[in-house]
Design a protein around this ligand. Structure first.
Ligand code: FE2
Ligand code: FE2
Length: 250
């Protein structure tokens, strides 16, 4: 694989300077912003149903706060479009939500495992975005990342509670089998042309395959050791990476 290490890195681009940038850079940034405008809203709608699924008032309150923050993510990225004088709805029509949300969240175990694993995968993406050259996007990513860490922590707490009973443990195990491949898939194709471009412009700092491997190593660690659920050492036994770019992925 050829190394394309931010050869065109731009230090910091403001909103006022955005349209003076290379067309390729503009397109990549707008693609990423649009992904979040669409998917944060869709995801918030999916999460909303989990408020009443939460087992206790405390958990309901935390779930409600999470939903509020997810709508906030939509609004935050939408503002980046509006700041550039662009019609977010027109962009939103061009692209569906991330494939992450194609798999339905069916119960409370699904919801907490989703946050522990899939929100975590999103956080891995955002860690890159906080170093990207477009300043408004970088700032939005920093604010969002902080909240995503909160969702991951909430998911971990929710899982811990479920693991205390036999029934809960079985539900967590089923949810792990369901969401690990979704988390893995969210990193995009291994031979992604888009990732090459993201790296070329300093928007991401690593390949999809490296990011996926690092993610799997991290989640496999706590799933096997702390949750007591087996996962193969080689993720290819449970997930086969798709080579090409997918339309509704990073
Ligand atoms: Fe979010
Ligand atoms: Fe989240």
């Amino acid at each position: 694989m050829t190394e394309v290490v931010a050869e065109k890195e731009i230090n910091s681009v403001s909103a006022a300077e955005f349209f003076q940038q290379d067309a390729e850079f503009q397109e990549l940034m707008l693609n990423l912003i649009n992904i979040h405008v669409v998917s944060e809203l869709y995801g918030a709608d999916c999460f909303e149903r989990s408020i009443l699924r939460a087992p206790t008032p405390e958990m309901k309150q935390r779930m409600a706060r999470t939903v509020m923050e997810e709508y906030g993510h939509h609004l935050r990225f939408r503002k980046l479009m509006e700041e550039l004088g662009l019609d977010w709805q027109e962009y939103a029509r061009k692209k569906g939500h991330l494939t992450t949300f194609d798999t339905p969240i069916d119960n409370w175990a699904d919801q907490v495992v989703f946050m522990a694993l899939v929100d975590r995968a999103a956080a891995h993406q955002f860690r890159h975005f906080t170093r990207s050259p477009y300043e408004p996007f970088r700032r939005a990513a920093q604010e969002t990342l902080k909240e995503e860490y909160g969702h991951v922590g909430f998911g971990m707490d929710g899982v811990k509670e479920l693991l205390a009973t036999e029934e809960g443990r079985a539900q967590v195990e089923a949810a792990v089998r369901k969401w690990v491949p979704v988390g893995m898939q969210s990193f995009g194709g291994d031979k992604s042309k888009r990732n090459d471009l993201y790296r070329r412009w300093g928007i991401k700092q690593d390949t999809n395959e490296n990011m996926r491997a690092a993610y799997y190593e991290q989640i496999r660690g706590f799933i096997t050791q702390d949750w007591g659920i087996d996962l193969p050492q080689d993720f290819r036994e449970i997930y086969a990476p798709d080579g090409s770019d997918q339309e509704r992925a990073y």
